[in-house]
Design a binder for this molecule. Structure first.
Ligand SMILES: NC(=O)c1ccc[n+]([C@@H]2O[C@H](COP(=O)([O-])OP(=O)(O)OC[C@H]3O[C@@H](n4cnc5c(N)ncnc54)[C@H](OP(=O)(O)O)[C@@H]3O)[C@@H](O)[C@H]2O)c1
Length: 247
C-alpha cells in the first residue's frame, strides 16, 4: 500500500513537471535590473521559463537569477537583435526616470517591438503607465506630459507592429511584497485614478500581472490599467483578465 502511494506521488510529480515543461518558453526581460524587472525574473523562473536578462551593464546582472544575460540598450537599436534572438516572449519593463522619454519610452520601446517582430516573437509585453492615454504634453490631467506622450506613442507603435501584445498601465508604484493585497485591472485614466486615489501598487504585483499575461489569450491585444485595490482578495484579478476588452 505504502509502495503504491509512493509510486502514485512520483507519477503525479512527474506529470506536474511535464506540464510546467510543456508551457516553458524562452523569455527576455528588458530592464531586468529594474525594481519591476527583478521580481519579474523570479516569477518567470518559478513558472519554469528560460529567462534571459537584458541589462545595460553586465555587472548589474549578478544575482538576478536569470539563465542568461545580454547587454543591450533600447536607445541603440543595433544592440536589440541579439537581445531578442530566439525568444518567444519579449517583456519590456524599462524606465527612463523621466530623463529622456522620447528616446526611451517612445523610440526605444518602438525599436524593441520592431526587433521582437523581426525575431518572430509570439507576444510583446510592455509595462507602461496610467496617464499614457494623453496625446498632448500640455494635457492638464497628467503631471509629466512629456513622459506620458512618449509612452502613448511607444504603445501605439507596439500595437501597430501586428505582433500580439499586452500593455499594462500601472498607477503609482511601491516596492513591496506581491500577493498581499488586491489588484484592480481596468481602463482607469489619470483623471479617474486621482479620484479613486488608490494606495501605490507593488511593483511585484505588476510583475505578477505581466507574468500571468504571458502567452495568455485572455490578455492578448489588450491595454489595461492596474491599481492596488485593498477591498479585493489578492489574486482575484487573475479571473478578471478575460473580461477586459480588447483594443
Ligand atoms: N514610478 C511610478 O510610480 C510609475 C508608475 C507607473 C508606471 N511607471 C513606469 O513603470 C516602468 C518601470 O518602472 P520601475 O520603477 O520598475 O523602473 P526602474 O526601477 O527605474 O528600472 C528601470 C530599468 O530600465 C532600465 N533602462 C533604462 N533606460 C534603458 C535603456 N535605454 N535601455 C535598456 N534599459 C534601460 C534601467 O537600467 P539600469 O539598471 O541600467 O539603470 C533599469 O533597470 C517605467 O516605464 C515607469 O515609467 C512608473
Amino acid at each position: 500500500m505504502t509502495n503504491r502511494i509512493f509510486v502514485a506521488a512520483a507519477l503525479l510529480t512527474a506529470l506536474v513537471a511535464d506540464i510546467a515543461f510543456a508551457n516553458a518558453a524562452n523569455v527576455v526581460v528588458v530592464g531586468a535590473n529594474g525594481r519591476t524587472g527583478k521580481p519579474l525574473i523570479k516569477m518567470l523562473k518559478e513558472r519554469g521559463h528560460h529567462v534571459r536578462a537584458s541589462v545595460r551593464k553586465a555587472k548589474t546582472a549578478a544575482g538576478l537569477g536569470a539563465d542568461e544575460v545580454v547587454v543591450a540598450d533600447i536607445t541603440k537599436p543595433e544592440t536589440l537583435t541579439a537581445a531578442v534572438k530566439g525568444m518567444d516572449y519579449v517583456m519590456c519593463v524599462t524606465g527612463s526616470g523621466g530623463a529622456d522619454p522620447a528616446t526611451t519610452d517612445n523610440a526605444g520601446v518602438a525599436a524593441l517591438a520592431d526587433a521582437a517582430k523581426a525575431a518572430g516573437a509570439k507576444q510583446f509585453l510592455l509595462m507602461s503607465s496610467i496617464g499614457a492615454e494623453v496625446t498632448s504634453v500640455d494635457d492638464p490631467s497628467v503631471r509629466i506630459g512629456k513622459v506620458m506622450v512618449a509612452k502613448n506613442k511607444g504603445e501605439a507603435h507596439v500595437r501597430a507592429t501586428g505582433l500580439p501584445y499586452t500593455i499594462v498601465r500601472p498607477g503609482g508604484l511601491a516596492d513591496c511584497e506581491p500577493g498581499k493585497t488586491g489588484v484592480s485591472l481596468g481602463l482607469v485614466t489619470a483623471v479617474q485614478n486621482r479620484e479613486i486615489n488608490p494606495p501605490a501598487i507593488c511593483r511585484a504585483d505588476v510583475a505578477a500581472v505581466m507574468a500571468e499575461s504571458l502567452g495568455n489569450t485572455a490578455a492578448m491585444n489588450k491595454t489595461f490599467s492596474a491599481i492596488a485595490s485593498p477591498k479585493d482578495a489578492p489574486n482575484a484579478w487573475k479571473a478578471k483578465l478575460k473580461d477586459l476588452p480588447r483594443d
